[in-house]
Design a protein around this ligand. Sequence first.
Ligand SMILES: Nc1ncnc2c1ncn2[C@@H]1O[C@H](COP(=O)(O)OP(=O)(O)OP(=O)(O)O)[C@@H](O)[C@H]1O
Ligand SMILES: [Mg+2]
Length: 363
Amino acid sequence: MDDTGLYQSLFEDSFEPTIVVGDDDRIVVMNRAARDFPGVDLAALLEEPATDTFLEGLRSELKARGRATVEVQRTDAHGRVRYVELKGRRAIQGFVVVARDVTERRQLEDELSQLQRGELLGYQAASVAHDLNNLLSVIVCSSAALAHEVGDRAHLLDLVHEIQAATNRGAKMLRQLLSPLRRKATIRQPVNLNDAIAGMQPLLERIVGPEVELSLALGADVGEATIDRDALEHALLNLAANARDAMPRGGRLTIGTRDVSLGEEEMAGLGGQYAAIAVSDTGLGMTREVRERMFDRFFTTKGATQGTGLGLSMVRRFITESGGCVSVHSDPGQGTTLSLYLPRTRGRERASKRPRLALCPCA
Ligand SMILES: Nc1ncnc2c1ncn2[C@@H]1O[C@H](COP(=O)(O)OP(=O)(O)OP(=O)(O)O)[C@@H](O)[C@H]1O
Ligand SMILES: [Mg+2]
């Protein structure tokens, strides 16, 4: 086979759906993976008239800068929404576009964000209910005093009793309203961190996407921690999503575990045996200002439509409720490492000493 034949078959058989588009926005050639792309007709998509602002953005970016990435949303023949990432690069004539189906990753992100928005709704409802409850207490106390003042004037006393009955009914309704919002009881049990993390590997890979290389550095015989496994998984998903956002051009996410023994002094009285999970990325890192506020509820640098700013506040709550702590190392351009220290199951008596702050002074 000559060189041309070899390159043609490499192109045709590549697993990457690849399309060559001419300067006139017409498709020159597409390989088999692109023709067989699931659910979306890539040829029709790329040759669409310039009514789609994303596609138009891709075309003008490619012409201006030589490379561009956009994500477009389409509905397949079964009515299911598909998300397609299109990554283009200028070629000698026209440009080359590689397509990727990112539907699963988008859905996972949406689920995570819906969970967080649900949590936010819960916070808001709980705080309104709290204020309303205070108002009801004022009515209860005042009506009791009023009943005393009214003495034996029966018709007035009837009115006061009506106020009291209505207030009690209101308080009961408030409790009913809030019962579904109460957080489910946390189930803490000894969890083998290595098993839990290894079991999450496929999910974590999907959340970070193919641009980010995930590596696990699980220490040998790392002890168990007595924690809520669901909350651990949720925390790791949040950390992975943050790492991915910090590496828009790709990079490496490393999740490592090890046993650590921390002294009383460095742990502000919380010394003991910990199982530590370190989540490191090679991303943009954080300035001191961001580092200081990163755990604040609703703090986000991603804009209101992109982030709720609840991810890390939930991670902090998980750590605090587990009797552990978290340390952060991050500088602009230097990546970020978050280390979660969870009390090892054998040293459970330590867990009862709850830290007031989740940020620990340990390095
Ligand atoms: N790995 C990281 N690298 C760089 N910055 C980070 C990293 N993790 C968190 N941050 C910063 O901390 C902020 C708060 O993070 P948090 O997870 O609480 O909210 P968010 O990611 O902005 O929103 P959400 O979690 O709802 O998507 C982020 O907006 C970002 O500025
Ligand atoms: Mg986040």
